[in-house]
Write a protein that binds this ligand. Structure first.
Ligand SMILES: *Cc1c(COP(=O)(O)O)cnc(C)c1O
Length: 465
């Protein structure tokens, strides 16, 4: 057996981590001083750390552990697949059973005629694929100049060069010379922060029509696709106004462009239906999937592609693209077992009919708190905006994220994983949360916001910008 052990003292683990491990999206020097929290195990919706704390994971890892932790069936399937066929590729006219079985299952589950999958190892890779796929598609149709992809500010589509370029995260673009050419960003449908005096619906229409204007300005003959998350996740769980998606769909129907729904978070039950596209009546040509596809038990992602697009790609000769781990047999087998569990245990039905409404009722009550400007939730993904002046939806005078960090640290101290994005607090818990777990989540969240509020007032930071 190898030497992985959870039994070194926490301080030693933290010192080794600081010495040798560069963390994603982390200020390394700052973390090294503090020491990273060491997670040693997990069951259901609870994590255990190296100090023996039991932490309610209201983020499902990184929005992915939809079925919860510790499902033995998945471990069994992975072990069996590793013994049977641990690896083979799907390049050069070969295939294998897990890749086939998962492709068939996905074609059944995904809405519309998105009956074809191109496998990737992650959501980022799948979005890289999407860029090449849509450009190749239009080139194959004799329109090689159609290659601009329209996306949105504050979108998250992954962390590779291409996926981060598609994304609209200013802090990511600021490092490493992004975005790549021919990606165009329009504004996000963030009514709370940017809607001013407009009604949410009027604002939603205006933001959707930016897509129409962008197509006109760039030229329809140059635009390949529009990509968006049904609900912006990493951007702060920004739930668009009701008017937004129908108008986007109208524009995509009228114009000759492809619609890519990035369902990496919204897919596989997160919004209370199988896909965010079901919840918002979106009819995409391409859908990005990852995260909940395997509930995070193994890395896998993919692009679901419509019959029409797949046919053009198939007839255009070699698609010179692929990953060593496209359709990895262990990941595919794990994903298939995850989908079986989601389906046979009716987890998404339970979410839709019972747990999500229960959570919603309690979550929305957080809006009564003196430091909460709004509380929003769809299915099992929600957010609250912290504000020093609720009536005006005002931001704090402190740099964005200052108050969010204070609140996040209180959550940590109260054994709750709730993230902050700027000064928004966000949750995306496992779908298998029980009513008791919901009560615990709300109780810890409320206590954490209360404690943050006291601290913010004490430090004289409860002032609007
Ligand atoms: C997480 C995420 C990605 C990237 O997925 P990775 O597996 O981290 O590469 C892409 N799109 C959305 C909407 C995501 O939330």
């Amino acid at each position: 057996m190898n030497m992985i052990t959870n039994h070194l003292p926490t301080k030693e683990l933290q010192a080794l981590d600081a010495a040798h491990h560069i963390h994603p999206f982390t200020a390394g020097a700052e973390l090294a001083k503090k020491g990273a929290r060491v997670i040693t195990g997990a069951r259901g919706v609870y994590l255990t750390d190296s100090d023996g704390n039991r932490i309610l994971d209201a983020m499902a890892g990184l929005w992915c552990v939809n079925i919860g932790y510790g499902r033995d069936e998945i471990a069994e399937v992975a072990a069996r697949q590793m013994r049977e066929l641990p690896y083979y590729n799907t390049f050069f006219q070969t295939t294998h059973v897990p890749a086939i079985a998962l492709a068939k299952k996905l074609a059944e589950l995904v809405p519309g005629d998105l009956n074809h999958v191109f496998y990737a190892g992650s959501g980022s890779e799948a979005n890289d694929t999407n860029i090449r796929l849509v450009r190749h598609y239009w080139a194959a149709r004799g329109k090689p100049e159609k290659k601009v992809i329209i996306s949105r500010k504050n979108a998250y589509h992954g962390s590779t060069v291409a996926a981060a370029s598609l994304g609209g995260m200013a802090a990511m673009h600021a490092q490493g010379g992004l975005p790549i050419p021919d990606i165009h960003h329009i504004d996000e449908p963030n009514w709370y922060a940017q809607g001013g005096d407009q009604s949410p619906d009027a604002f939603g229409l205006e933001r959707a029509r930016q897509l129409e204007r962008a197509i006109d300005e760039l030229g329809e003959d140059r635009v390949a696709a529009f990509i968006a998350e049904p609900i912006q996740g990493a951007g702060g769980v920004i739930i668009p106004p009701d008017s937004y998606w129908p108008e986007i769909q109208r524009i995509c129907d009228e114009r000759e462009i492809l619609l890519i729904a990035d369902e990496v978070i919204c897919g596989f039950g997160r919004t209370g239906n199988w896909f965010g596209s079901d919840t918002f009546s979106i009819r995409p040509d391409i859908m990005t999937i990852a995260k909940g596809l395997s509930s995070g038990y193994a890395p896998i992602g993919g692009s679901m592609v419509s019959d029409a697009v797949a046919q053009v790609i198939a007839e255009a000769g070699d698609f010179n693209h692929g990953y060593t781990y496209s359709g990895h047999p262990v990941s595919a087998a794990v994903a298939l077992e995850n989908l079986r569990i989601l389906e046979e245990e009716a987890i998404i039905d339970t979410v839709r009919d019972d747990i999500a409404p229960y959570l919603r009722e309690k979550w929305l009550q957080l809006a009564d708190h003196p430091m909460v400007g709004e509380a929003r939730i769809v299915g099992m993904v929600g957010s609250v905006a912290l504000s020093p002046d609720k009536a005006n939806r005002a931001p704090f005078a402190t740099p964005p994220g200052t108050i969010g960090t204070i609140c996040r640290d209180r959550c940590f101290a109260n054994n709750l994983v709730m993230r902050h994005v700027g000064d928004r607090m966000i949750i995306s818990p496992p779908l298998v949360l029980t009513r008791d777990d919901v009560d615990t989540l709300i109780e810890r969240a409320t206590r954490s916001i209360d404690e943050a509020y006291e601290q913010v007032k004490r430090k004289g930071l409860f002032t609007p910008a």
